[in-house]
Design a protein around this ligand. Structure first.
Ligand SMILES: [Fe+2]
Length: 241
């Protein structure tokens, strides 16, 4: 699997504190069947200089475990308007954005439209943890602003409660999800990708699981837009399950 959202670099954000823990996280990633991992530490203006060094230091340990590391960042909404260039996922024009608040700032339509004009493709991280309206109103608004959506494997696995899990399933069922990533931060907040993939497969079928956990991220690495993920319609007798 390809994980487009993980905090595995040490000492740069609220992820692992030491190299030894980063290496243990790689062991967990391997056990979780992850072969490609984007190192998406939280962006801050003083970080970009440090990240390549840390990535280079961790890369041999990842290789030993059969994992390819790709550079990235998770960018807080507050940095979107004033920062150019923005750190992208690998060599693509995709950026991973944490909206931070459970509502959209007044400035969001302008800021997000400007990103499109500047050639960036915005992926909103974990909408199911922020925008929990039953009608997915904010998710639909963001979709109209050309945003893509990455769900957390931990939400799908139920680690943040039934409500965000249900919203995650609803986003998938509505054809609005594009990627699943882990947002792993530590040995105690690990990947959950295998668990989540099995749940998605059981609920929506193998094709949907493959698009969300592998194929769309693979397209991203190639610089391409994701495929739309449209789960098959449920039969009437499944509606009560
Ligand atoms: Fe994150």
């Amino acid at each position: 699997m390809i994980d487009i959202h993980a905090h595995v670099l040490w000492g740069v954000d609220d992820g692992p504190k030491e190299l030894a823990r980063s290496i243990k996280m790689l062991d967990l990633a391997r056990e979780d069947d992850i072969d490609t991992l984007f190192t998406t530490s939280h962006y801050s203006p003083d970080l970009p200089g440090k990240l390549p060094e840390k990535l280079a230091e961790l890369t041999p340990y990842a290789k030993e475990r059969g994992i390819q590391l790709i550079s990235g960042s998770e960018i807080d909404y507050v940095h979107l308007a004033g920062t150019r260039p923005l750190p992208t996922l690998g060599k693509s024009k995709f950026i991973l954005v944490d909206m931070r608040q459970p509502f959209l700032e007044m400035s969001a339509p302008h800021v997000l439209s400007q990103l499109s004009l500047d050639g960036y493709n915005v992926i909103i991280a974990h909408p199911e943890r922020l925008f929990m309206e039953p009608d997915l109103r904010t998710v639909h608004t963001l979709l109209e602003l050309d945003c893509l959506f990455q769900l957390n494997a931990s939400s799908i696995a139920g680690r943040h409660g039934a409500h965000s899990q249900n919203i995650a399933f609803k986003i998938i069922r509505s054809g609005l999800a594009h990627y699943v990533g882990s947002d792993a931060h530590s040995l105690h907040r690990p990947f959950y990708m295998t668990t989540a993939r099995k749940m998605v497969k059981d609920k929506f079928g193998e094709d949907v699981a493959q698009l969300l956990f592998e194929e769309n991220a693979s397209q991203l690495i190639a610089g391409n837009a994701p495929f739309k993920v449209t789960p098959p319609k449920r039969k009437w007798w499944q509606l009560f399950g």
